[in-house]
Design a protein around this ligand. Structure first.
Ligand code: SF4
Length: 562
């Protein structure tokens, strides 16, 4: 079911820089961009800030634009977040100041809203009685415009400025922030748990949420369970995380996955499970291809084992005579091992990855930028020279990486370059939390396999079939989302104008709301509210220090919580 015909109407501009791929901006030759990682811990007596730090470290591959955590000691919640890697945002001094028994952590790649300090997570809002809710979100909602209208109507009905003492929140443009505002709107009357039970069924799209008030850690997953979320046990507490690899690093044992449509609440009363929607599992198949760490397990299947099996199937489906199988590191490595096993062709390392260069926030100079793919990958010439190569990569998105790669391998002396891809052609965009590209930018959106082969300049090209990929995951086909390959979106989409990463930035403020919104921003920034904790920074990281949002509510406020 193609989602909207207009996405296919614009001729692709994929040939734009075909002659000079080395002149492309680094972003242009990136593949799929990860989404976000979430982590939560409830563990009295443990250093929850450090557990969260290490948990986020294990999830860093899911988002490198911003990092943050909220820590609560039962009375106060402190949020610390900034643009940058986990290791850039947090240091020993910051972590030692974050005291408490529960924490929510997040590492972000933006799938809704720009890369700004305000859009970093956890988001934070306060209820009418001053209790705080911090929230981290992995995934992307598809009824964001609807929720935004609801938030505006709510503000108008209450004749109030945004119900928050976090004055940065009004400047954020994420679906996650809307969820947090809707969550706290009724929490003062009915409690956060009940408020979540009423709100979660109204969210459509992909969401793995970890959120907390001062006492309780919550975790929730959409009815389709598109994004992963797992529950682990510590000796003295509980952990929830995007991937099992994050449980491993903090010494937690895997208990189970958070079920699609389930809300978990964890506090001194123990762990409670509630259903807010009937499960209709549609896990993202791309987690197996590229997104998740190889040492993670999803639905009982090792991601590494699935990738090796994809490679074996790829060898069976697209055999070729060659001397050496090499991976595009690191994501192509397990499938290349599988291809070598399946084909009997020796496996070797032909490319070395400059692992950290893509993670820097320092803009490269023009000289460096012109190196293009060589910034990230360097060929081992002695290994490659004179060889017929099979090069295994995880996916082709825009094709710029593979085009530059094939050229680089030929220049390094390869006599033949056969490209094998561990996923079917990516023909459709993802609206559930992966930032591939627009339909017009997807190389396979406009070209057949032979057209893609000619475009990237390889001697041959083979993609694993969708059947082969599904078989390698060992999951029933009916429990997987494969929309980026077959265009069959399991969660209905709104019209195109109500989708997109910058939806909330692009949506014009309705004329009737001009006054409300304008006043909301002004009042909140001026900090006129009674009992307001004082001036808070709202600027971007460019004029950083401190990136700390401290929300302290004394005993009386806390005791008034429902
Ligand atoms: S569209 Fe593709 S990347 Fe997005 S959730 Fe579905 S399978 Fe995953």
């Amino acid at each position: 079911m193609p989602p909207c015909s207009s996405w296919n109407e614009h001729p692709t501009d994929i040939h734009l820089d075909e002659q000079h791929p080395e002149h492309l901006d680094e972003r242009t030759w990136e593949g799929p961009r990860e989404e976000c990682g979430v982590f939560g811990v409830w563990a009295p007596g443990e250093d929850v800030a450090k557990l969260t730090y290490y948990g986020l470290y294990a999830l860093q591959h899911r988002g490198q634009e911003a990092s943050g955590m909220a820590v609560s000691d039962g009375l106060h919640t402190v949020v610390f977040k900034d643009l940058g890697l986990v290791s850039q945002v947090f240091d020993e001094q910051v972590l030692s100041s974050l005291k408490g028994h529960l924490a929510v952590g997040h590492c972000r790649y933006s799938t809704t809203g720009s890369t700004t300090w305000e859009n970093a997570q956890p988001t934070f809002r306060t209820t009418a009685t001053g209790s705080g809710v911090a929230l981290g979100h992995n995934g992307n909602l598809v009824n964001t415009a609807e929720l935004r209208d609801e938030v505006l109507a709510q503000r108008r009905a209450s004749a109030a400025t945004p119900s928050t003492r976090d004055r940065t929140a009004v400047q954020s443009t994420t679906d996650s922030d809307l969820v947090t505002e809707l969550l706290v709107a009724t929490a003062a009357d009915i409690g956060v748990e009940e408020s979540a039970m009423r709100l979660l069924p109204r969210l459509r799209g992909a969401f793995s949420l970890v959120f907390a008030d001062e006492q309780t850690l919550y975790a929730a997953r959409d009815a389709q369970g598109v994004r992963p979320l797992v529950l682990g046990r510590l000796e003295r507490g509980w952990v929830v995380a995007s991937e099992t690899a994050a449980l491993d690093i903090v010494g937690a044992t895997m208990v189970r996955e958070v079920e699609p449509g389930e809300l978990l609440a964890i506090d001194s009363a123990g762990m409670r499970s509630s259903r807010f929607a009937a499960p209709e599992p549609k896990g993202c198949v791309f987690e197996y291809v590229y997104l998740a760490r190889p040492d993670t397990t999803i639905s009982g299947r090792s991601v590494h084992a699935a990738r090796v099996e994809i490679g074996r199937r790829l060898a069976g489906e697209h055999p070729v005579e060659a001397d050496l199988v090499i991976p595009v590191p690191e994501s192509g490595t397990p499938a290349a091992i599988g291809y070598a096993q399946g084909s009997g062709i020796p496996y070797g390392q032909g490319l070395v990855k400059n692992a950290y260069v893509g993670r820097t926030f320092i803009q490269p100079s023009q000289t460096i930028r012109q190196l293009g793919i060589r910034l990230k990958l360097n060929p081992l010439r002695d290994v490659i020279r004179g060889k017929r190569l099979v090069v295994v990569d995880d996916s082709i998105v825009r094709g710029n990486t593979q085009r530059a790669l094939v050229r680089m391998l030929r220049e390094a002396g390869a006599v033949e370059v056969h490209v094998r891809i561990a996923s079917p052609p990516v023909r459709w965009p993802c609206f559930y939390g992966i930032d591939f590209a627009t339909r017009a930018e997807l190389l396979a959106g406009a070209l057949d396999t032979e057209g893609v082969r000619r475009s990237i300049g390889s001697d041959s090209l083979g993609y694993v079939s969708l059947e082969g990929l599904i078989g390698a995951t060992e999951q029933p086909r009916t429990r997987l989302c494969m929309a980026c390959f077959d265009g069959d979106y399991p969660i209905p989409l709104p019209k195109e104008a109500l989708l997109g990463k910058h939806l909330l930035e692009n949506l014009a403020v309705p004329a009737t709301m001009d006054g409300d919104i304008g006043a909301g921003v002004a009042d909140t920034v001026s900090g006129a509210a009674s009992g307001d904790p004082g001036p808070l920074r709202t600027g971007p990281a460019a004029d950083r220090a401190p990136a700390l949002l401290t929300v302290g509510y004394g005993g009386e406020d806390a005791l008034r919580r429902p």
